[in-house]
Design a protein around this ligand. Structure first.
Ligand code: 9UX
Length: 72
């Protein structure tokens, strides 16, 4: 199964920042797809909700040093 959530990621200043957040999200078990856009400060993540929760995805972003807010 899969769900998609969008997060606002605050504090990214260069493309390495967004790449680092993307890599962190993609390394989480249950994440099927993660795209992080620097310009819009948005992350779109497709994930298996039986394995990982949106809250855990937000914690993953925050562990990389950025603030995460749930959009949808
Ligand atoms: Mo860019 Mo971001 O030099 O944590 S990687 S500022």
């Amino acid at each position: 199964s899969s769900l998609t959530c969008r997060l606002r990621v605050k504090g990214m200043t260069c493309t390495s920042c967004s790449t680092n957040v993307e890599s962190a999200l993609r390394s989480v078990p249950g994440v099927q797809k993660a795209i992080v856009a620097l310009a819009t400060e948005e992350a779109e993540i497709r994930y298996d909700p039986t394995i990982v929760s949106a809250n855990q995805l937000m914690e993953t972003v925050e562990d990389t040093g950025f603030e995460a807010l749930l959009i949808t």
